[in-house]
Design a protein around this ligand. Structure first.
Ligand SMILES: [Zn+2]
Ligand SMILES: [Zn+2]
Length: 383
């Protein structure tokens, strides 16, 4: 039976699972019911399931082995939702596409060999589990990693920015701001000097660098010299090395602001850091070719990177792609209820069909086509 015939036999399961996830959105690291739903389905198709990898209770790894040796193909599932707007990033579709591709491809392994893994990766929106997974060897026995994100329109896999989330906490000394200002050390002044220094640095960084921050604590009252002030920033760059260079300069600025004011500074990461995404071009080309032959909709070339994603870390340790499959609405915005609602329309179901078949076909090609597998390996240089 062809991939398409296998898919048609069980496609209603996928539409149903996507709708169930939509109806019961769960926040990152709390996706217990979503995980149960997904792993039970994979077990029902003879996958061997392990949950709670890398100390993340809602993660899972589901494996199906063929009878012959061959490449190991991983499809990555996300299933975390957003506060207030449910699946406004469409991760109900990401999960459905991954298990769909895994199950459909698994039916071919008897003939072609290889192994299929569906990896459940929690909390993409907040505390991406793909980061510890990349660091702790989850991808060591995996040859390629693929996921599809839904979007308004289809788009080839591209780059994302490396990102560090840095907090600067300054401690000064409180004093009456009018009666004894000479006794005070103003932590807010230090934060303001930090902003001024970072703004001056903007003139001397490459175009792709992004530095954007807020003052999350700035004192209690205008008649008290602020003893504590805190700024939180995101720093991003197209390459991790460039980001590390910028961070060295930012550290000097933060120390300088402390020196100028007499305050002390403590720098820390307030969220997990993401590496930049490196698309494996041979794998991406194979996927795009399949998508174009399956879906009637246009596929745009990869856009200039704007955001960051934990798939970036995966792409540093294994050949990977993160393309977008469209839901037939060019005006759709991520992180909106309109986006969530689009996932359960006919257009959303069409996106599931296109993504499942393209992912499964690409996995099939990697296992069957030795030249393609070789090109993928040659295009990858390990971190
Ligand atoms: Zn999102
Ligand atoms: Zn997302």
């Amino acid at each position: 039976m062809s991939l398409k015939e296998e898919f048609n036999k069980i496609k209603e399961d996928f539409f149903h699972i996507s709708k169930q996830l939509y109806d019961h959105p769960e926040l990152g690291d709390e996706e217990y019911e979503s995980m149960e739903l997904l792993v039970n389905y994979l077990r029902s198709h003879d996958f061997e399931v392990e949950t709670g990898l890398v100390d993340r209770p809602t993660s899972f790894r589901a494996e199906f082995k063929g009878e012959k040796d061959g490449p190991t193909i991983a499809f990555l599932a996300e299933y975390d939702a957003l506060p207030g707007i449910g699946h406004g990033c469409g991760h109900n579709l990401i999960a459905t596409m991954a298990i769909g591709a895994g199950v459909v491809l698994s039916k071919q392994l008897k003939d072609i060999g290889g192994k299929v893994i569906v990896l459940g990766t929690p909390a993409e929106e907040t505390n991406g589990a793909k980061v510890p997974m990349s660091e702790q060897g989850t991808f060591d026995d995996i040859d390629v990693a693929m996921m599809v994100h839904p979007a308004g329109e289809s788009e080839e896999s591209g780059a994302t920015l490396a990102m560090d989330a840095i907090q600067f906490a300054y401690t000064g000394k409180a004093a009456h701001a009018a009666a004894a200002p000479e006794n005070g050390i103003n932590a807010l002044d230090a934060v303001i000097q930090l902003f001024n220094g970072i703004n001056a640095l903007r003139e001397h960084v490459p175009d792709d660098i992004r530095m954007h921050g807020v003052i999350s604590e700035g004192g209690q009252a205008a008649n008290i010299v602020p003893e504590r002030a805190v700024a939180q920033f995101y720093f991003r760059a197209e390459k991790r090395e460039d980001l590390d260079e910028v961070l060295k300069k930012v550290t000097n600025i933060a120390d300088g602001a402390a020196l100028m004011t007499g305050a002390t500074v403590e720098m820390s990461n307030y969220e997990i850091s993401y590496d930049n995404m490196i698309t494996n071009q041979a794998l991406s080309d194979a996927f795009t070719k399949n998508l174009k032959s399956i879906s009637p909709r246009p596929v745009k070339p990869a856009a200039k990177p704007g955001g960051s994603a934990d798939m970036g870390n995966v792409s540093q340790v294994v050949p990977a792609i993160h393309p977008y499959v469209g839901m037939n609405d060019a005006n759709l915005n991520f992180h909106t209820t309109a986006f969530a609602d689009q996932t359960i329309t006919d257009d959303g179901r069409e996106a599931i069909t296109s993504a499942v078949l393209s992912l499964a076909q690409t996995g099939y090609d990697v296992i069957k086509n030795k030249d393609l597998f070789q090109a993928i390996k040659e295009g990858f240089s390990k971190k």
